[in-house]
Design a protein around this ligand. Structure first.
Ligand code: NAD
Length: 486
């Protein structure tokens, strides 16, 4: 770790953040946070257990009534200050994200701006939680609907966007008047703790936001889901863990929002602007080195342009600068941990064994750190596991299709339904195909769909609910219907 990085880490909160205070775990346990570029520990953080989880719910409960009663304008102004503070320390935050997650500094800078926008967007939404009133069809009485905060929320986030996945939940929850306990991924707890410091400085009262880094995720989250004071779970992570938590939430019928895994198809029709398609492909595949739920996982290219597309993509992928994320100029950082590299390599080996050919990359490089070469695979067998599973790494498998019907069938042949991408210069075709895709989001001639003002989320086994936009706050509000006569 460089001196600069040591200084960055030395100013951070590394305990639990409960009731507005930094506290050690009740049993004193701590765990290492590792730099993926070296495999070495950066620092340690407190490791929450069940007692800490209950203490965090106590704090969230104590703060709940006063926070729900705070004027929406006041909540809005606190969120707006959080946006300003985050942008003021944008560079330090980007370096921190890069240090613990591994992503290239330019991706980390993009994440900070994206993450901060959720504070700004929900500072604007906080004052717009409108209810409604109407005359009942019988004409005899009125139907009055209030929007009220759902209550104490447990937020569970992944490591791949440690800042944005936290703000995408915290901002609408606070805007709606809820108090929260955030359990960040154990690979990236430092960014979440840095968010806690920013929110404290912005004026969030003690107990409204609590942060529990934990290695013992299962027991900590389970204890909270079984506490009768908890009303909501918002989870972002794998479909596998999402299924477990949905089952746990069912015990007490806890309200759930689920942002789960993706398996995004990227369709390129022969009439597409190929240069634009390549630009879009590079963003859709390589943002965060492929470690994104929105990452293009399967490239389906119309047969007549497939060779040219694959060659152009391979040229661009081979030219990428791979190195420590925090180093200026790096375009592809290491993956988050050793297991991530093994999983990617296994999928590539499997595809090669079934007849695929690597026209770029295809290996894990020698040396320290958790790197994988940017890779393009052609002649991929339709049954290859790499087309079914989330790769979560810098690997692009290319498959050809003959016509629009086949392209749609290939794209929809997955249990996932988060996002799909379509490149064509025929707008009617683009809209027709977008409508036929069984995904919550479609990038039409766009390789990036994420926008704090848009409803982000999946269908099928990619999730339940939407984050961002106006819809994102509705996930933290409950309608109360009052039957009135006057
Ligand atoms: P993960 O499911 O392993 O972990 C997500 C979170 O759940 C972490 O905080 C983890 O500590 C916690 N967790 C793990 N097991 C748990 C258990 N048994 N009980 C309670 N909590 C538990 O996912 P990950 O590896 O951190 O993130 C990558 C996954 O997240 C990918 O599948 C990706 O597609 C998905 N993701 C989805 C979105 C989206 O918006 N749809 C966004 C980002 C990432």
């Amino acid at each position: 770790m460089s001196d600069n990085s040591a200084e960055l880490v030395s100013n951070l909160l590394t305990d639990l953040y409960v009731g507005g205070k930094a506290v050690p775990a009740a049993d004193g346990r701590r765990f290492d946070v590792v730099d993926p570029a070296t495999g070495q520990a950066i620092t340690t953080v407190a490791d929450a257990g069940v007692n800490d989880a209950i203490a965090a719910i106590d704090a969230a409960d104590e703060a709940a009534a006063a926070w729900a009663a705070t004027a929406p304008r006041q909540r809005a102004e606190i969120l707006r200050r959080a946006f300003d503070l985050m942008m003021r320390s944008a560079e330090d935050l980007a370096r921190l994200i890069s240090l613990e997650n591994g992503k290239a500094i330019m991706d980390a800078r993009g994440e900070v701006a994206y993450a901060a926008e959720f504070f700004r967007w929900y500072s604007e939404e906080a004052v717009r939680a409108a209810g409604s009133v109407m005359t009942a069809p019988s004409g005899a009485n009125k139907i009055l609907v209030l929007q009220q905060p759902v209550g104490i929320c447990v937020l569970v986030t992944p490591w791949n966007f440690p800042a944005a996945m936290a703000t995408r939940k915290i901002a609408p929850a606070l805007a709606a008047g809820c108090t929260v306990v955030l359990k960040p991924a154990s690979d990236t707890p430092l960014t979440a703790l840095a968010m806690a410091s920013i929110l404290q400085e912005a004026g969030v009262p003690p107990g409204v936001v609590n942060v529990l880094p934990a290695r013992r995720s299962g027991e900590v989250v389970s204890a909270m889901l079984h506490d009768p004071r908890v009303r909501k779970l918002s989870f972002t992570g794998s479909t596998e863990v999402g299924r477990i938590l949905l089952a746990e939430a069912a015990d007490r019928v806890v309200n759930t929002s689920m942002e789960l895994g993706g398996n995004a198809p990227f369709l390129v029709f022969a009439d597409a602007d190929l240069n634009a398609a390549i630009e879009g492909a590079m963003v859709a595949k390589m943002r965060n080195a492929g470690e994104a739920c929105t990452a293009a996982n399967r490239f389906y290219v119309e047969a007549s342009v497939a060779d040219e597309f694959s060659r152009l993509l391979a040229d661009r992928m081979s030219a990428l600068v791979v190195g420590p994320g925090i180093q200026e100029g790096t375009e592809v950082g290491p993956l988050v941990n050793k297991d991530a590299v093994s999983k990617v390599d296994q999928l590539v080996r499997g595809a090669l064994a079934q007849g695929a050919k690597a026209i770029a990359g295809g290996r894990r490089p020698e040396g320290e750190g958790f790197y994988y070469e940017p890779t393009v695979l052609v002649n991929v067998h339709p049954d290859a596991a790499i087309l079914r599973e989330e790769i979560f790494g810098p690997v692009a498998p290319v498959v050809t299709f003959e016509d629009e019907t086949q392209a749609i069938a290939f794209a929809n042949a997955t249990e996932h339904g988060l996002v799909g991408y379509v490149y064509t210069s025929d707008l009617a075709r683009g809209l027709r195909v977008s409508e036929a895709l069984e995904f919550g989001m479609v990038g039409l001639n766009r390789g990036l769909v994420s926008d704090p003002a848009a409803p982000f989320g999946g269908s099928k086994q990619s999730g339940i609910g939407r984050e961002g936009g106006h819809d994102g706050m509705l996930d933290y509000l409950e309608s109360k219907y009052i039957a009135v006569q006057w």
